[in-house]
Write a protein that binds this ligand. Structure first.
Ligand code: NBP
Length: 502
């Protein structure tokens, strides 16, 4: 084994010895991929008293990183061999590189790094993939690495750059025994809420990346709902400063959340060049990286309704068709906007519509997690999952405490809406929610996520839906048969419907 002092550590060109740290002990943790997330995560881990070795494919990035942080317990390596040799056994190697593989046959940067690592590692070393990998890809890697005698954790990490540096929410999946080895490091770097670290062992295999994917789907829902509130205010003639003040005030109450907070801050921001609101200067075309669409595909595979998240993903897609929308705006007519509701009253109504819709969005996302967890026998704990989203991550919000409590009180809760706390909130907010959806619809202001949420609520609580006519249609054209209300469940009937000509 190579002695650490002989390893050619990353040394920036022209850097003096004082800027180049040589450690005599082996590192507790290693990280590959020094882009924005990796760098911040390394600084977080190091700040908790761990020595960290780092490697980046482009070595100048490693050099610059090491040079920028003199005096820290960091070891920069120019080659993977050096990097691996600098780590204490069992090695704990966190990969933070671009992940793109979706199809079974896809191979991406994470796979490339894993392939290079395999010949260098020893039995029971641990590889952690902290990128946004697709959960099925994580399952493939889990099986593959187990065959090689290596341990693997697929960990979703949320919180962006700031979370990575100060404390993210971490969703690790993999064998419980591997989690136990990683637990001290993960718990020390994760965000803390009421002294509890925002990390738990989610479940085996791809469970961690799966839960991170749904977290992102819920994030899409939250963001779109906030945007719909903003759009109604905008059409009602509120200034951006007035809207900022509303979000800032909401951030003090039941809807306190990171996304409400940053929306208020974004609306306050002025463009230094023109003095105008930055938000109003930004082109209304939303981007997306894919986790929202993966969530929709997974919901379809599981037969679970996530209409709010669906509306949010589709709203981004429609927003991106800017040219088509501009052309259509000249041809397709709508009503003139005429909102006469007093401003203070409208603020209260939109608050309630947003709060109720947000509950529905979480109810749907958690329903999907529940269904998938049961199908995969992952043994997921929805209350604890909600509890680790309370800090560090993008969807962190006060009301996650209520979700955590709801599942603590009733771990078998079939749908979040049915917890007493949420029944109460939905009862109190629904009149305003209905009025906001009506007002937006009558004024031609799109509110796809607000109305999808309300549609879900009304459908879910309907004892009888019009699916009886639908079944009649199916039996009419396809002899698909139907059950009868006056006969035992499971007994199927068919009617000889009249022939239709033409
Ligand atoms: P990126 O996703 O932009 O990836 C850049 C890193 O990947 C660089 O270190 C680059 O090395 C490395 N890399 C690439 Br690209 N191809 C490689 C290869 N074939 N072999 C080795 N290294 C390779 O970085 P990021 O934004 O920090 O995100 C890292 C991961 O974390 C991603 O999976 C991302 O989805 C996830 N994530 C990001 C955020 C966020 O807010 N950005 C939040 C949560 C999760 P190079 O310097 O040599 O090009």
């Amino acid at each position: 084994m190579t002695c650490l002092s002989k390893i050619s550590f990353a040394k920036p060109k022209g850097a003096g010895k004082d800027r180049f740290q040589i450690m005599s002990k082996k590192s507790d943790f290693g990280l590959i991929g020094l882009a924005v997330m990796g760098q911040n995560l390394v600084l977080n881990v190091e700040s908790r008293g761990f020595q960290v070795s780092v490697y980046n494919r482009t070595t100048s990035v490693t050099d610059e990183f090491i040079a920028k942080h003199p005096g820290k317990a960091l070891v920069g390596a120019h080659t993977l061999e050096e990097f691996v040799q600098s780590l204490a056994m069992p090695r704990k190697i966190h990969i933070m590189v671009k992940s793109t593989a979706v199809a079974d046959s896809d191979r991406d940067a994470v796979d490339a790094v894993i392939e290079q690592l395999i010949p260098l590692l020893a039995k029971d070393d641990i590889i952690i993939d902290g990128g946004n990998s697709f959960y099925k890809t994580t399952e493939r890697r889990d099986v593959y690495l187990a065959e090689k005698g290596l341990r693997f954790i697929g960990a979703g990490v949320s919180g962006g750059e700031e979370g990575a540096r100060k404390g993210p929410s971490i969703m690790p999946g993999g064998p419980a025994s591997t989690w136990e080895v990683m637990k001290p490091i993960f718990e020390s770097i994760a965000a803390k809420v009421d002294g509890e670290p925002c990390v738990i062992h989610i479940g085996p295999g791809g469970a961690g990346h799966y839960v991170k994917m749904i977290h992102n789907g819920i994030e899409y829902g939250d963001m779109q709902l906030i945007c719909e509130a903003y759009n109604i205010f905008k059409h009602a003639g509120f200034t951006t400063d007035e809207m900022a003040a509303i979000f800032n005030e909401w951030n003090e109450g039941a809807m306190q959340s990171y996304l409400i907070q940053i929306s208020g801050k974004a609306l306050e921001q002025k463009d230094p060049e023109t003095g105008a609101s930055i938000v109003e200067l930004i082109v209304d075309k939303a981007g997306q990286k894919g986790t929202g669409q993966w969530t929709l595909m997974n919901a379809a595979e599981n037969g679970i309704v996530i209409s709010t998240i669906n509306a949010a993903v589709e709203a981004r897609i429609l927003s991106s068709k800017k040219k088509a929308r501009v052309a259509a705006s000249k041809l397709l007519t709508g009503p003139a906007v005429n909102i006469t509701t007093a401003k203070a009253e409208l603020v209260k109504k939109v608050h309630d519509a947003l709060y109720a819709s947000k509950i529905i969005s979480y109810a749907q996302g958690l329903d999907l997690i529940k269904s998938m967890g049961e199908a995969k026998k992952w043994g997921l704990d929805l209350g604890r999952i909600a509890s680790i989203w309370r800090g560090g991550c993008i969807i962190r919000a006060r009301f996650l405490n209520s979700i955590t409590d709801a599942y603590r009180e009733n771990p078998e809760l079939s749908n979040l809406m049915l917890a007493p706390f949420f029944i109460d909130v939905l009862t109190q907010t629904q009149q305003n929610w209905r009025e906001v959806v009506s007002l937006a619809t009558l004024n031609g202001i799109p509110c796809p996520a607000f109305s999808a949420s309300l549609g879900y609520y009304d459908s879910y609580r309907a004892e009888r839906l019009p699916a009886n006519l639908l079944q009649a249609q199916r039996d009419f054209f396809g002899a698909h048969t139907y059950e009868r209300t006056d006969k035992p469940e499971g007994q199927m009937f068919h009617t000889d419907w009249p022939e239709v000509i033409g």
